[in-house]
Design a protein. Structure first.
Length: 152
């Protein structure tokens, strides 16, 4: 059994391994940083640390997020930086048995190495992702890290 934090984005459910998740926060107005990529909506301070806020919907669906009551920030630990991903709703913490996980063997995998599998559960499918790989996959990841580290 592996524990995952499940969240909603558009009509899909995604999950990230719980060991990557630092916290789930209510959406706060980020401070906008000029000259950053369009999917980075700004930075927020969480427990004294400056954290870049990424628009997950923009990254995966090319559409900006719409803030609602249930909008949350899933704060995850990437290699040497915390990153907050905006999600439509944080659903639950779920045990997903390994036998329910199917590996993703798609051609698209080269473009989306951060999607690590699909959990096929009764009543629903959940896409499993690795937030570290998603962040590392971004062309501007180093720029973002540099900016954060120079402003801590």
């Amino acid at each position: 059994m592996n524990k995952f934090v499940v969240f909603q984005l558009e009509r899909e459910q995604y999950a990230v391994p719980i060991e990557y998740v630092i916290s789930i926060e209510k959406m706060v107005e980020p401070t906008i940083i000029p000259q950053m990529p369009d999917y980075m909506v700004g930075v927020v301070r969480i427990r004294g640390e400056l954290v870049p806020v990424l628009d997950t919907r923009k990254l995966l669906y090319e559409r900006p997020f719409e803030e609602m009551d249930k909008t949350r920030l899933v704060v995850t630990m990437a290699k040497d930086i915390s990153v907050a991903f905006i999600v439509d709703e944080a659903k639950e913490i779920l045990d997903i048995p390994e036998e329910a996980v199917k590996q993703v063997n798609m051609l698209a995998y080269q473009q989306t190495p951060y999607l690590v599998g699909v959990a096929s559960l009764p009543e629903r499918l959940i896409i499993l992702m690795d937030p570290n790989r998603l962040f590392a996959h971004l062309e501007e990841a180093d720029e973002i890290k540099e900016h954060i580290h120079s402003h801590q």
